[in-house]
Design a protein around this ligand. Structure first.
Ligand code: NAI
Length: 602
């Protein structure tokens, strides 16, 4: 099917070279176009109305909709105003305006530097910033930044231009993250086309074949509402299009605990630092910082720089399977039990709260999902301490818990973790870890299995599935037999974290932003607690002894303050459940972040 962009109104920083082609191509597909051009010369001098007017006339002659604008892109507000005044909306921005002031580095003047930055980098910023609030309000936006091979690879005589051109791509990377929740997609293209900018450096027959019309189709595709691509970089020219990404070596840890790091340590590891075998392709800054935090943790725990990494070479199933983790102990009193209950939403507003919140009540008891608290700390210590450079994907986590005896309300528990299998899922490895929990009398009271997905650690030639894995079951296809909704508190994560998982992702906005979240998210294990309570209340009369096993798969994050809805299906003595975010006050947000649990009660 043809792309038709009738809903689009577009603004762009120019009109002759490639810009003219963008304008004509968009108009031909039904977009209303603001044709902006300062009409100056290639070095940023002069101005005029001819350039924009000519393209506008061309579009109108073909029956398209266009208006001219003669301001510099540095006055972004005025450009956007033209779109709003004439069309009432702004959906697309193509930041195409450009000039050149080539000089070898030593001869670049302040003016050569500043003018280039003002048009390319500051101009792209000004126009985009002016359009941004309108796109956010409309929950729709498509933005193109225009970079250049000179920025990506460097080019003699273009230090000023290279810096500004890679600058716009850096801006696009962040805008893609900030625009995500409002359906604003931001991509960067590096075109190659014959124009007045290229005809000075290329033979005429080459300039002829690199037609601007071979660039515009990519820009039209990337700005269409069916296109989900965002935060990407493309090279395009002569009919060919390719995508670029970052590549990172496995690298080397050049430091050991309590010893200074020296240039000699770097030299000794240079081959490893620069060896692209088994390289990874990080796409977020969290992948980058997360990796480093794990390395630091490993070093601080005394892991040596000779330790294996999780590269496809680093995972050795034969060595890992049946590996026993150092047992961990967990001492707790009724205070931890009560704090956990509050953390998963028990409240004095509920009928049965005394048995969960008051240690002197006759039937004071522990909510069964509490079993993950000692188990989780054992798993965390075991995994992070054992293998450096872990990059865990929390959305692919599975937890299975079984309870053999009522959970004590205080005491010291010992958790013993064993890696039971390591699976090769291609894009990553899955580590299956069993954690058994024993009471002071050495009786086994609970068992958990954690299935953890380690990004980028696959392709080591291992098997894909395991008979040891406890899989989730899908609920029946009929409408749920029962449902229960409950609003979490805005401070739910702040409260839940006191039960053990103090990852800053759940409290510190700057850390959450690094993970690509708008604000700190709720702990997956907190909604797990809510769902357990909902099932217990609906089918077990709030009797904790009736829950024998819980199995969940985590899907998407929940924000504190959102309402959790647990849908339940009863089949014999097993209850299936799905837990999702149900927040009628903020419909769009909840569509974006519903949550799913599969559940078995055996
Ligand atoms: P061009 O020189 O033919 O077009 C540039 C346009 O920008 C002109 O219409 C000019 O009047 C306009 N302009 C300059 N300063 C302006 C300002 N302050 N406000 C509004 N408009 C302004 O150049 P071409 O080759 O079509 O390049 C378009 C874009 O593609 C530029 O950003 C350039 O850096 C980039 N590019 C082009 C390549 C090529 O092979 N042609 C290679 C790599 C990047």
């Amino acid at each position: 099917a043809q792309f038709v962009s009738t809903k689009f109104i577009l603004i762009m920083g120019m009109t002759i070279g490639i810009g003219r082609d963008y304008a004509l191509a968009f108009a031909a597909r039904g977009a209303s176009v603001v044709v902006n051009d300062l009409g100056g010369d290639m070095k940023g001098g002069g101005r005029g109305t001819m350039a924009a007017d000519k393209v506008v006339e061309e579009i109108r002659a073909k029956g398209g909709k266009a208006v001219p604008n003669y301001d510099s892109v540095e006055e972004g507000e005025k450009l956007v105003q033209t779109a709003l005044e004439n069309f009432g909306r702004i959906d697309i921005v193509v930041n195409n305006a450009g000039i050149l002031r080539d000089r070898s580095f030593a001869r670049i003047s302040d003016q050569d530097w500043d003018l280039i930055h003002r048009v390319h980098l500051r101009g792209s910023f000004q126009v985009t910033r002016a359009a941004w609030p309108h796109m956010k309000k409309n929950k729709y936006g498509r933005i193109i930044m225009v970079t250049s091979a000179a920025g990506i690879y460097g080019n003699f005589g273009q230090a000023n231009y290279s810096a500004a051109k890679l600058g716009v791509h850096g801006m696009a990377n962040t805008l893609a993250i900030e625009g995500k929740k409002d359906n604003i997609k931001v991509n960067t293209v590096a075109p190659m086309a014959g124009s007045r900018m290229t005809e000075t450096v290329m033979p005429p027959d080459v300039v002829q074949t690199l037609k601007p019309e071979y660039v515009a189709p990519l820009v039209l595709y990337l700005t269409h509402d069916s296109c989900e691509e965002s935060g990407s970089l493309f090279e395009v020219g002569g009919g060919w299009i390719g995508k670029l990404r970052w590549e990172r070596t496995i690298g080397a840890t050049c430091r050991t605990k309590d010893k200074p790091m020296t240039p000699e340590d770097v030299r000794e590891n240079w081959d490893k630092i620069t060896d692209f075998t088994d390289a990874t392709h990080p796409t977020t800054s969290t992948e980058s910082t997360g990796h480093m935090l794990n390395v630091i943790q490993t070093i601080e725990k005394g892991g040596s720089k000779k330790q294996r990494s999780t590269s496809s070479r680093g995972i050795d199933p034969d060595q890992a399977i049946n590996q026993k983790m150092k047992p961990t102990t967990f001492t707790f009193t009724n205070k931890e039990v009560i704090l956990y209950a509050l953390g998963i939403g028990v409240s004095t507003q509920q009928e049965d709260y005394l048995k969960f919140l008051f240690e002197l009540s006759d039937d004071f008891c522990v909510i069964p999902s509490f079993a993950v608290i000692p188990g989780f700390s054992a798993m965390g210590d075991g995994l992070v301490g054992g293998i450096p450079g872990l990059n865990v994907d929390p959305t692919k986590m599975l937890i299975h818990g079984e309870l053999y005896k009522p959970f004590p309300t205080s005491g010291t528990l010992t958790s013993r973790g064993t890696i039971v299998d390591v699976l090769d899922k291609g894009s990553g490895a899955v580590i299956l870890m069993d954690v058994e929990i024993f009471n002071e009398k050495k009786e086994k009271i609970a068992y958990n299995q954690f299935s953890t997905f380690i990004v980028g650690a696959g392709k080591f030639g291992g098997k894909r599935s395991s008979d040891k894995a406890r899989n989730t079951a899908n609920p029946p296809s009929r409408a749920p037999d029962a449902s229960m909704s409950e609003k979490t508190s805005i401070d739910q994560a702040a409260l839940y974290r006191l039960s053990g998982d103090r990852n800053p992702l759940h409290i510190d906005p700057s850390f959450a932003a690094m993970g690509g979240f708008d604000k700190p998210i709720l702990h997956g294990l907190c909604s797990y607690g809510y769902a357990t309570r909902h099932v217990m209340k609906t089918y077990c009369d709030n009797d904790v002894s009736k829950i024998k096993a819980i199995k969940v798969r985590f899907a998407k994050p929940v924000l504190p303050g959102q309402t959790l809805q647990t849908d339940m299906w009863k089949e014999g003595s097993r209850v299936f459940f799905q837990c999702k975010v149900n927040n009628l006050l903020n419909l769009s947000q909840y569509l974006d972040s519903d949550k799913y649990h599969g559940y078995n009660r055996q």
